[in-house]
Unconditional design. Sequence first.
Length: 266
Amino acid sequence: MKDTYLKKILETTRNSVSDKKKNFPLAKLESELGYLESTRGFKDGLINSLEENSIAVIAEMKKASPSQGLIREKYEPEVIAKNYEQANAACLSVLTDEPFFHGSLEHLSLVRACVDLPLLRKDFIIDEKQISETVHYNGDAFLLIADALDQDALQQLMNVGKKAGLEFLVEYHAEKHAEFIFVLNPKIVGINCRNLKTMTTNISYFEKMISSLPSNSVKVAESGIYTSDDLKYVSELGYDAALIGTSLMKTGNPGKALETLIGGLS
């Protein structure tokens, strides 16, 4: 799995966004930026969780991924979300990319209706139209991947997100983005330890990158976390939260797996 796979995903996403714009004019989308009456504070959800645990967990909901293929055949968003909430997740990450992760925007609305946790839309956000979608489908925050955007586009999407009243998690994989992200100083910043060329994870990458993150940002460790010891490791490094998906979704009961993971911290 080469880094050209990301290019393929982005090309597919650009084509999808273009088609949607033709069928649903941007002017109408912009008029819906106030559709969501109120948001659940994503950052506050992470910080509040830290009062109970040494690290907050963003529990991820996904059916498949490019690197793993089909992860969970029986995928019931509402059931999984409720189980995650009962297991003390701080926030939820909901995959909405359809071609590569088998997600759906409708999952955001479904999950929001059945839990009280803040929701992150996990997708390849490259256009402000997708931010309007996030509002329309009741997301509270969205992911921005620095490796998928140039600096100007990243800044613009951050500005549009703020205008829409949404929060965002700015994530990066490659070390070359560190300086620019530090200058941007996002409120929530994530390091993803997945190598985009090999699609493998290396948890030691979190230690290498922690010192480059803005000191006042909520710091999130993403990918490669499977055990309570992994959680303790990233917490001791100085990360405030961890985004965990595959290791939970592969189990028979993701909620129970999360409960065990968090329980192992004490």
